[in-house]
Ligand binder design. Structure first.
Ligand SMILES: Nc1nc2c([nH]c(=O)n2[C@H]2C[C@H](O)[C@@H](COP(=O)(O)OP(=O)(O)OP(=O)(O)O)O2)c(=O)[nH]1
Ligand SMILES: [Mg+2]
Length: 134
């Protein structure tokens, strides 16, 4: 069996208090209502870092520099219709105010509270990496 491989770049923004930004996926999209790390599909010709700079601007209205994106870990998860490969970056420095341009809701959450927010199944193995980091 072979599934389409989808590469999605995602980012955990971390604030000065060590809280992580998660965002509720909008209604009408796959996995609506689940909490995710902002980001999106890596488009043809993009590096994952370029994808994140674009997506964080589109989705949150902030400006992120490539030097401020640090790779942390990745998710590799088979959904029924595709296989998700999702590098997760962390970012502690950005310009502008985080605002919702796309998601239903945003939350700044301590790593030990992430399990209170339902996330896509691909994301669950990422949580211990964030707990270890912070
Ligand atoms: N951004 C993001 N996507 C995730 C996470 N976990 C997870 O399974 N996904 C899945 C959901 C989607 O099937 C896929 C792509 O995410 P997306 O909807 O953000 O893609 P995108 O921003 O490019 O949006 P669009 O062009 O489809 O509107 O990755 C996560 O933590 N963050
Ligand atoms: Mg997205």
């Amino acid at each position: 069996m072979s599934a389409r491989l989808l590469i999605v770049a995602a980012c955990a923004l971390i604030d000065a208090d060590g809280r992580i930004l998660i965002a509720k996926r909008p209604a009408g999209k796959a996995m609506a209502g689940l909490w995710e790390f902002p980001g999106g599909k890596v488009e043809p010709g993009e590096t994952p870092e370029q994808t994140l700079i674009r997506e964080l601007s589109e989705e949150l209205g902030i400006v992120v520099r490539e030097a401020c994106l640090a790779p942390l870990t990745f998710a590799s998860h088979s959904y029924p219709d595709f296989h998700l490969l999702m590098p997760l970056y962390v970012c502690r420095r950005w310009e502008g105010q985080v605002t919702t341009q796309h998601h239903t809701e945003l939350a700044w959450v301590r790593p030990n509270k992430l399990r209170d927010y339902p996330m896509p199944p691909a994301d669950e193995p990422l949580i211990p990496h964030l707990t270890a980091l912070l």
